[in-house]
Design a protein around this ligand. Structure first.
Ligand SMILES: Nc1ncnc2c1ncn2[C@@H]1O[C@H](COP(=O)(O)OP(=O)(O)O)[C@@H](O)[C@H]1O
Ligand SMILES: [Mg+2]
Length: 312
């Protein structure tokens, strides 16, 4: 069996402009899991990772509105909640899809904590916006009362920003290894994992931060020594000159070429850049291949007919 870590993007769960109800998420997943089931039928043992940006943001909004009745939870606890809700929906829809194809496989969702360094430079300069928008006055009040760091977000209002530290280690890695080695299909590392720091006495403590899901997925793929790292997003390829008349899809690039294009600024910082960076990280340390493509093109990409393939 070949082992693949598959990172699924935001569009696998919610379409732009759609009300993010549980029904909508379930409906979108019915399409998503068909592509994942194809990979399983092609002989891949999957470890599925997913983002949670919109979902964790929505939980924070719900709690903000209800805060006079019930105390809001910190972000790490909310991350755990989204690992549960999204993981539940993926395991159930994928399980049903496999059953309808006559394939019986066990699927498990592993609650995943990821260790970050308390001295990560990200903590000095938080950049990741989370949760609701506020007017300037409320934002300043929250900053004073709660010690949150508030920043103006692209003319749309004020938002809380949290650090996005580098993922260093996966607390549950041995459980994940044991399960994948025993034919389980897994959902793990959801939302980039729950960020935790290791204290001097070795105990763990959650921190209010958001780990980039592509970076967390690369770490997981590396620790599992996966045969393939798939990053599935809204576009079939990574492009150079993206969005310009002369944009060009990248089909096969080496790690060195990818680094050069990254330095030339072809990949947007909040979206494609972390995918390229994560693909490089995986390929450099394992010598295996990473592919960036869409859910719809994943089958063709595996056959070498689509997607951006990054190799050593
Ligand atoms: N050079 C590029 N090539 C392809 N897509 C790019 C590029 N630069 C930025 N993007 C954007 O990156 C998006 C994918 O990243 P993101 O929106 O973060 O999705 P995900 O939820 O899958 O992480 C694409 O939909 C595209 O709009
Ligand atoms: Mg993204």
């Amino acid at each position: 069996m070949k082992k693949a870590v598959v990172a699924i993007g935001g569009n696998a769960l919610n379409k732009p402009g759609e009300k993010p109800s549980a029904e909508a998420m379930k409906k979108n997943l019915l399409g998503t899991v068909k592509h994942l089931a194809d990979l399983i039928e092609d002989g891949y043992d999957l470890v599925i990772t997913h983002g949670n940006g919109p979902q964790v943001g929505n939980l924070l909004v719900q709690q903000e509105i209800a805060k006079d009745t019930l105390p809001p939870f910190p972000i790490d606890v909310n991350d755990a909640m989204t690992q549960g809700s999204i993981g539940y929906l993926i395991t159930q829809t994928l399980g049903n899809e496999l059953k309808s194809r006559g394939t019986e496989r066990q699927i498990a969702c592993v609650l995943t904590q990821i260790i970050v360094d308390r001295n990560d430079p990200g903590f000095e300069n938080p950049t990741k916006p989370v949760g609701p928008f506020y007017d300037e006055e409320t934002a300043k009040k929250l900053q004073a009362e709660k010690g949150w760091i508030m920043k103006e977000d692209a003319g749309r209002g004020w938002r809380r920003v949290v650090p996005s530290p580098k993922p260093l280690d996966v607390v549950e890695i041995e459980a994940i290894k044991a399960l994948t080695g025993n034919d389980f299909i897994l959902v793990a590392g959801g939302g980039g994992g729950i960020p935790v720091v290791k204290k001097d006495d070795g105990t763990l403590e959650g921190v209010e931060a958001v780990i980039d899901k592509d970076r967390a997925s690369a770490l997981l793929a590396r620790l599992l020594d996966a045969d393939l790292f798939l990053i599935l997003t809204a576009v079939d390829h990574a492009y150079i000159n993206f969005g310009k008349p002369d944009q060009k899809a990248l089909e096969r690039i080496s790690v060195n070429e990818a680094k050069k294009l990254m330095d030339e600024g072809h990949f947007a910082k909040g979206s494609m850049y972390p995918k390229i960076e994560s693909a490089i990280d995986f390929v450099e340390s394992t010598g295996k291949e990473a592919i960036i493509t869409s859910l719809e093109k994943v089958k063709e990409a595996i056959q070498g007919k689509s997607g951006t393939h990054i190799t050593k």
